[in-house]
Design a protein around this ligand. Structure first.
Ligand code: CP
Length: 327
């Protein structure tokens, strides 16, 4: 998506994050800066008054053209904790449903002096398109586009892993499930490789594995028990039926028999391995409730850390507009 021959539109001339559209093309230093900045914001959630004045007077608009629970609400909370004014456009109740084009919607929001768009869209490349066409002062954050990228999800996952496991260079990681249709997996693989993870494995039935998956910088497995052997982190993914064309699986029951995570199967991983899932979980499909609610699951911590990580990304992007320090 980002051509090596073009300037990276995510960065301003000083190399700072202006838009956050994909992990691709970002340096280890910049990803680490996001994690460190999120660390400085994590304590805000523990305070009686859960707010800092960093983005007071700024307008952040959530443009969610696709359903979301975690991403939309944590972006909204994060913006409010930074003291920004937040607009959450209900797309199904907006004039987009009367035929208004995306660019006309943007122009109208720009006329209201918005400073940032947070965009979720079913089409890959939608956030990039908006960043290319928005007014120069506006920052665009990708909250998930098609099967392409979900960079803030990847960074909240990296934050969770770093909090539990520390140094990435010592870690073996397993990402299990519908890799083919997963924007989360693509962003996680890029982030883990950029941050120097020791080994990244992907585990999936052949029908849900992308062609030439090895070129992503991963080891490819088709058997769950083999793939999670001695790993430090197991990331389970949802079957993304909304992006599948045709029947790629016999049944969810059969999928669980082969790829569903249970306590017994988890014994193949390291004894202190953590279990992650970006949500929403389909219990009894990718994992059972014993694992989802068990002592090794950090799934709800991922959601909590999403607020601090999204605060960090928004604060850093606004910094490029001269709004002071993110710390
Ligand atoms: N992980 C994630 O993107 O969840 P939502 O679809 O609920 O935002």
């Amino acid at each position: 998506m980002i051509s090596p021959n073009e300037p990276n539109i995510q960065l301003d001339p000083q190399g700072r994050l202006k838009h956050f559209l994909t992990i691709e093309g970002l340096s280890r230093g910049l990803l680490t800066e996001i994690l460190d900045t999120a660390e400085s914001f994590a304590g805000v959630s523990e305070r009686t008054v859960k707010k800092v004045p960093l983005l007071r007077g700024k307008i952040i608009t959530n443009l969610f053209f696709e359903t979301s629970t975690r991403t939309r609400t944590t972006f909204e909370l994060a913006a409010k904790r930074l003291s920004a004014d937040v607009l959450s456009l209900n797309i199904s109740a907006s004039s987009a449903s009367k035929g208004e084009t995306l660019l006309d919607t943007l122009r109208n929001l720009e006329a209201m002096h918005c400073d940032m768009f947070v965009v979720r869209h079913a089409d890959s490349g939608a956030a990039h398109f908006i960043a290319q066409h928005a007014a120069p002062h506006i920052s665009v954050i990708n909250a998930g586009d098609g099967r392409h990228a979900h960079p803030t999800q990847a960074m909240l996952d990296m934050f969770t892993i770093r909090r539990h496991k520390g140094d990435f260079s010592q870690l073996k990681m397993a990402i299990v499930g519908d890799i083919q249709h997963s924007r989360v997996a693509r962003s996680q693989i890029l982030a883990l490789n950029t941050l120097g993870a020791k080994e990244v494995r992907i585990i999936s039935p052949a029908t849900l594995m992308p062609d030439h998956a090895e070129t992503l910088g991963v080891k490819v497995f088709h058997k769950l028990e083999e793939g999670i052997q001695d790993v430090d982190v197991v990331i389970m993914l949802r079957l993304q039926r909304e992006r599948m064309s045709g029947a790629l699986l016999p049944s969810e029951h059969e999928y669980f028999q082969l790829y569903g995570l249970t306590d017994e199967r988890l014994e193949a991983a390291k004894s202190d391995a953590i279990v992650m899932h970006p949500g929403p979980i389909n219990r009894g499909v990718e994992m059972n409730s014993q694992v989802a609610d068990g002592p090794r699951s950090v799934i709800l911590q991922q959601v909590s850390y999403g607020i601090a990580v999204r605060m960090a990304v928004m604060a850093m992007a606004m910094q490029t507009q001269g709004q002071g320090s993110a710390q």
